[in-house]
Design a protein around this ligand. Structure first.
Ligand SMILES: *Cc1c(COP(=O)(O)O)cnc(C)c1O
Length: 381
């Protein structure tokens, strides 16, 4: 038996869409299909189509968002416990990711800790909607307002989630999504930046096409810019028609298929794990969140025993994520972040993707239960 941690859920419909682009359209660059995907994402979020810029990955989305919003040398407050892509995208723009502590109940940035790290160079805060939950969303925006900071959301996990009664992506400052193979929807590889800012939005659109001014509008008319100006650093970060075609199918499948499946499986995990001694769950709200990850916190030093027991029966598990402040490039643990490090030592990510059944979830929980129950009997707890 192999129960996979995550998996792309694609099939005949996605294959047909890619085939249609290959055989009927034949244009594989950024054109009509990308424009349609952006419009459909915009309709899904309830924003105007020009507020959505599709790019080649989630990392590219964060990079181009930071580069279009901030200046080199600017400092960005961000939790250390996030995918290394968040940090790499910030430093790629010449900015400085400032590692912050987390609230252990949600793995969201600890604002009191972040406040202590503010310097005259601090220009932005980047909340990471860990496991898709936009925790303390309003507090983050209030914090930013109080300190005159921009908010660049790493919403890579949070496509299709809601906060304060609206979709994540609508009403935010600059919001970055990932459509990589295992996220809530996929384009194969891809991402998007969503912003209503009249300066940053057009900058992102130009920057994804090597900074060529208004090239997006030309390409959407099936034309190219032959004579043009470039005023800022740009990147080769546009999305391909092939990938957009996959994304359009995924977007249609999301509400009826992917979202309910992820919620149902996560609800089962919560029901089973909540009653186990020494197993912690993060706060979330499955009415508004479509979970990308299923984290659990395994106490009493049993995390690795749980992972080995899962591995022994062919159940994959993961660690999301290696804290960035421990990486050589981002300080090599020169400063310690005790809460982050303690949470990292207890965390495990359990299999979660729409290809799993309730029976699979029960099998995972049975293994975890056997390890933690044996231990609590032995220690007489
Ligand atoms: C996936 C992810 C990214 C990067 O997205 P890619 O599409 O893989 O480049 C950034 N931040 C977080 C938190 C992610 O999970």
């Amino acid at each position: 038996m192999t129960v996979r941690l995550s998996r792309s859920i694609v099939g005949p419909e996605e294959a047909a869409a890619v085939t249609r682009v290959l055989l009927e359209d034949g244009y594989l660059g950024m054109g009509a299909e990308v424009k349609a995907f952006e419009s459909e994402v915009a309709a899904f979020l309830g924003v105007p189509p020009e507020h959505v810029s599709a790019v080649s990955s989630g990392t590219a989305a964060v990079h181009v968002a930071v580069a279009s919003t901030l200046e080199p040398g600017d400092e960005v407050l961000v939790q250390s416990l996030t995918f290394v892509a968040t940090f790499q995208a910030i430093s790629a723009a010449g900015c400085v990711p400032v590692s912050c502590e987390i609230n252990p109940s949600t793995i969201s940035i600890d604002l009191a800790d972040a406040e202590r790290r503010i310097t005259p160079r601090t220009r932005a805060i980047m909340p990471v909607h860990y496991a898709s939950y936009p925790a303390q969303y309003r507090e983050v925006y209030k914090f930013a307002e109080r300190h005159g900071l921009r908010v660049i959301e790493d919403a890579a996990h949070a496509f299709g989630c809601e906060v304060e009664g609206r979709p994540v992506g609508r009403g935010g400052d600059v919001v970055c999504f990932s459509f990589d193979g295992i996220k809530n929807i996929t384009t194969g590889e891809g991402g998007a930046v969503v912003t209503a800012d009249p300066v940053i939005g057009p900058r992102v659109r130009d920057a994804r096409l090597l900074g060529v001014e208004k090239d997006t509008e030309q390409r959407y008319r099936g034309q190219r810019s032959w004579e043009f100006d470039v005023r800022r650093q740009g990147y080769r970060y546009h999305m391909s028609n092939l990938f957009a075609a996959i994304g359009r199918v995924q977007l249609r499948r999301f509400p009826e298929e992917f979202a309910p499946a992820r919620r149902r499986l996560a609800a089962r995990y919560r029901e089973r794990l909540a009653v186990m001694p020494g197993v912690g769950l993060l706060d979330t709200d499955l009415a508004t969140v479509v979970p990308h990850l299923q984290p659990a916190l395994i106490k009493h030093g049993l995390r690795d025993a749980v992972r080995s027991a899962l591995d022994a029966v062919g159940i994959q598990s993961g660690l999301h994520y290696m804290p960035n402040h421990l990486l050589t490039f981002y300080g090599g643990g020169r400063e310690s972040l005790p809460v982050t490090e303690a949470v990292f030592a207890e965390m495990v990510s359990l299999p979660l993707h729409p290809g799993l059944s309730i029976t699979d979830i029960d099998a995972v929980c049975d293994v975890i239960g056997s390890v933690v129950m044996r231990s609590s009997r032995e220690s007489g707890v």
